[in-house]
Structures are given as C-alpha cells and as structure tokens.
Design a binder for this molecule. Sequence first.
Ligand SMILES: CC[C@H](C(=O)O)C(=O)SCCNC(=O)CCNC(=O)[C@H](O)C(C)(C)COP(=O)(O)OP(=O)(O)OC[C@H]1O[C@@H](n2cnc3c(N)ncnc32)[C@H](O)[C@@H]1OP(=O)(O)O
Ligand code: CO
Length: 134
Amino acid sequence: MIGRLNHVAIAVPDLEAAAAQYRGALGASVGAPQAEPDHGVTVVFIELPNTKIELLHPLGDDSPIAGFLEKNPAGGIHHVCYEVEDIRAAAARLSESGARVLGDGEPKIGAHGKPVLFLHPKDFNGCLIELEEV
Ligand SMILES: CC[C@H](C(=O)O)C(=O)SCCNC(=O)CCNC(=O)[C@H](O)C(C)(C)COP(=O)(O)OP(=O)(O)OC[C@H]1O[C@@H](n2cnc3c(N)ncnc32)[C@H](O)[C@@H]1OP(=O)(O)O
Ligand SMILES: [Co+2]
C-alpha cells in the first residue's frame, strides 16, 4: 500500500534560520516559505535527489505542532510522509486494522495540492505518519 517516501518533516523554532542553514551549510535547494493556514503551519520544502525535507513552523494560535515544539524547543523530526495511490482506501484499511486516522478522517489538501491524512504516532512506534495521495 505505501509507496515512495514523499518527505521527512522537521519542526523548527526559526524557519528562516533553518532554511538558511540548509541553503548555506548544506548547499541544498531550498524553496520559499509557504503559509498553510488550514494546517496551522508555514512550510519550506528542500528538494533532494530522492525525497524532500519539509521544514515546519507554527502558524496561528492553535497550530498542531505547537505542543511538539514546546516539548522539543530546539526542534526535531516531526513526521514522515508516504505516498499512496488511494488515500480513502488506505484510511479504511488502516482504521479496520485499529490505527487512528487523525481529524475527522476526511483527507485535507496538503502542501502539494494533494489529499493528505495523518496517523497517530502512538500507533506507529512513536512516529507521526502522513499519507499523501499521488
Ligand atoms: C501543509 C500540510 C503539510 C504537508 O506535508 O502537506 C503538513 O505536513 S502539516 C503538518 C502539521 N499537521 C499535523 O501534524 C496534523 C497531525 N498532527 C496532530 O494531529 C497532532 O500533532 C498530534 C495528535 C499527532 C499530536 O498532538 P498534540 O501534540 O497536541 O497531542 P499530545 O501532546 O496529546 O500528543 C500525544 C502524544 O503524541 C506525542 N506526539 C505528538 N506529536 C508527535 C510527533 N510529531 N511525533 C511523535 N510523537 C508525537 C506526544 O509526545 C504525546 O506523547 P506522550 O507520550 O503521551 O507524551
Ligand atoms: Co508533511
């Protein structure tokens, strides 16, 4: 069911500083900040030859990543995103297996304009999983 690794997301306390570090010290190709108010984050994508890095910073008052940054003030790996062909079929299969699909179970449109869903980290060895339909 899951396919390619679409991105690894890192929550950062300072988006500009983290983007500059990837552009400067790491010589990476870094995109411009993208506000995603529906998701309560601002994101910056870093294109790698085989996947992407998504830098995340809270946007608005009730960002879903605020708690994570409080617990990890220097930042940290926040989630991994796997690609799926049919996100609703994937969600149904995962729910049947007892995994918690977060939110109301309805996919939202993610940063790439594709439907995304999230699976609770406690059901996957402490790793927050995002699924993106491609
Ligand atoms: C623009 C979209 C973009 C894209 O790629 O398209 C994105 O990726 S948007 C990314 C931001 N959105 C989300 O993360 C949505 C899904 N996340 C959530 O709903 C919450 O973050 C949730 C439910 C995973 C955690 O919420 P919260 O931290 O408020 O809840 P708790 O403090 O009760 O946490 C419960 C438990 O889980 C642990 N936790 C929290 N976040 C993570 C994480 N990222 N990775 C691993 N574990 C995590 C937290 O420490 C608690 O553990 P406990 O042992 O009970 O203390
Ligand atoms: Co993501």
